[in-house]
Write a protein that binds this ligand. Sequence first.
Ligand code: 5GP
Length: 201
Amino acid sequence: MEKGLLIVLSGPSGGGKGTLLAEVKKRGFDFALSISVTTRQPRTGETNGINYFFKTKAEALAMRENDEFLESEEVFGEIYGTSKKFVMDNLNSGKSVVLEIDTKGALKVKEKMPNAVMIFIVPKDLETLHSRLTGRGTETAEQIAKRFGKAKEEIAKAVHYDYLLINDKIEECATNFIEIINVEKLKTSRDKNKTLIESFR
Ligand code: 5GP
């Protein structure tokens, strides 16, 4: 059975990750979006088990103790983590998995799973980023300033990723995303391709 691709998608809040994933899904790219665990409070409109698994600090720490996370990080003083079981079960059943995580966690995943496809998405310029962060209307001015600072730090880490997507026109961005996936599947390092090469011996 061909394993699914592990795709790590990072980018600053308001950078367009959600819109991009909705667009590629619409175009038929089948993937499971990893639902992270977080200790932060749900925002208006967020649902447990859909946006995140909302846990208490004690619950998240216990999961960390039991080695249930592929990676976990503290972001804005809250714990965020990726469920190892969710990721491995999907990959082993042949389904691609997308992780929408911060750069620190992403680089840890790449270390553990070097075949992961690392994609970073940015808005076209700093002004656009700022207006997107302000435009969401769900956070205070102080929270926005904090996120803007973090966003700039995050973008500096994009150099460690395999691919950079510029979210100017979402259609173009989605086309590029799908092209990346197609090219990644052709890599000689993929299990299916290694097996094929072997079969010619
Ligand atoms: P938010 O609170 O806005 O949903 O997410 C804040 C930050 O945490 C974002 O940069 C998001 O990508 C990151 N994040 C969400 N889930 C995870 C996770 O499981 N692991 C890590 N390392 N970061 C995460």
